[in-house]
Design a binder for this molecule. Structure first.
Ligand code: PEP
Ligand code: MN
Length: 338
């Protein structure tokens, strides 16, 4: 078990934890990590966790988990922050990634991107290769979309995130794509996970709609094992019996991930709800629940969108969303700068 004390823990509070550790007959060692005290105990009993959590100035307690070695919070007690220069993902920052579901044309891309940039967005999402359920629907513009994204990046300085479906396409991403998205349907594709584990570019891993928390974290573990530490998790809704939304946004996975993992977690309320009217309230709820950021679909004319038109919010709705998000972010100790 790893017991991490708050920075402000007094010697008496640390001793009170140690008294319980000794009473339980556990072996222990103490680590001083920068400004925190970390107590490591053996053996590892899940049943002790709640007691230690309840003691004053204990920041968090995790059981040493033999299954996940890299995804789990460790003794360093440091959260992973992905640093992209003028924007970070994780830590105190709330990061908003936004853009159309897919690149449809130069005109569409520019209209959406310039408006988002004016509203403080630094990372643009836009699919080039689309993973569509129905083979007869729009499949993305592929390499042509990447060329448009390259031009846009040059004109705006926006960072780009787009989905990788096939590892062979990675060579086309070079110099264009800042974050590689692994979509919900590929969360279980271990070969793709292993492949992106071997590069150093940040990877945003979306939760499959039927994946448990454990399966989600194991998929992240596949990437970390390869040496790529820059992993961002993303909750995008799961399948339930509920039928008034496209999926059900599983907000409680945010605190559950925060308890276990050092990786940042974003929320995608667009794919989770499938309906633009629900995107604003669920964005605010996600921030309140501790998400490190949002990933949103935005279109200048959603009714004309080639994919996911029901869930794309309008440019004016995005403006309102940013203003309201800032207030909620501040209320939970995060900053949203725009
Ligand atoms: C997307 O973000 O464009 C997407 C296809 O999402 P998901 O993989 O979550 O369905
Ligand atoms: Mn979409």
């Amino acid at each position: 078990m790893i017991i991490v004390m708050q920075n402000s823990a007094t010697t008496a509070e640390i001793e009170s934890v140690l008294i319980h550790v000794q009473r339980m007959g556990l072996e222990f060692s103490i680590l001083k990590n920068i400004d925190k005290t970390v107590i490591l105990t053996q053996p590892n009993f899940d049943s002790n966790v709640d007691l230690f959590k309840s003691l004053p100035n204990v920041e968090y307690v995790v059981t040493l988990n033999e299954d996940y070695k890299l995804v789990y919070k460790n003794v360093n007690a440091l959260e992973t922050v992905i640093d992209l220069g003028d924007v970070k993902i994780g830590g105190k920052e709330l990061t908003v990634i936004a853009g159309p579901c897919a690149v449809e044309s130069e005109e569409q891309l520019k209209r959406v991107a310039f408006s988002l940039k004016r509203n403080g967005v630094k990372i643009l999402r836009a699919g080039a290769f689309k993973f569509r359920t129905n083979p007869y629907t729009f499949q993305g513009l592929g390499k042509r979309a990447l060329e448009m994204l390259e031009q846009l990046k040059y004109e705006t300085g926006l960072k780009i995130i787009t989905e990788l479906l096939d590892y062979n396409d990675l060579k086309h991403f070079e110099g264009i794509v800042d974050i590689i998205q692994i979509g919900a349907r590929n969360m279980h594709n271990v070969n793709l996970l292993r492949a992106v584990g071997e590069i150093s570019q940040p990877v945003l891993l979306k939760r499959n709609f039927s994946a448990t928390l454990r399966e989600f974290l194991f998929s992240a573990e596949y990437i970390l094992i390869g040496g790529n530490k820059n992993v961002i998790l993303c909750e995008r809704g799961i399948r339930t019996f509920s039928d008034y939304t496209r999926n059900t946004l599983d907000l409680s996975i945010i605190p559950a991930i925060k308890q276990r993992s050092h990786l940042p977690i974003l929320v995608d309320p667009s794919h989770a709800t499938g309906k633009r009217d629900y995107v604003l309230p669920m964005s605010l709820a996600a921030i309140a629940a501790g998400a490190d950021g949002l990933m949103l679909e935005v279109h200048h004319h959603p009714e004309l969108a080639y994919s996911d038109s029901d869930q794309a919010i309008r440019l004016e709705q995005f403006e309102e969303l940013m203003k309201k998000s800032k207030k909620i972010a501040e209320a939970v100790g995060k900053t949203l700068t725009f």
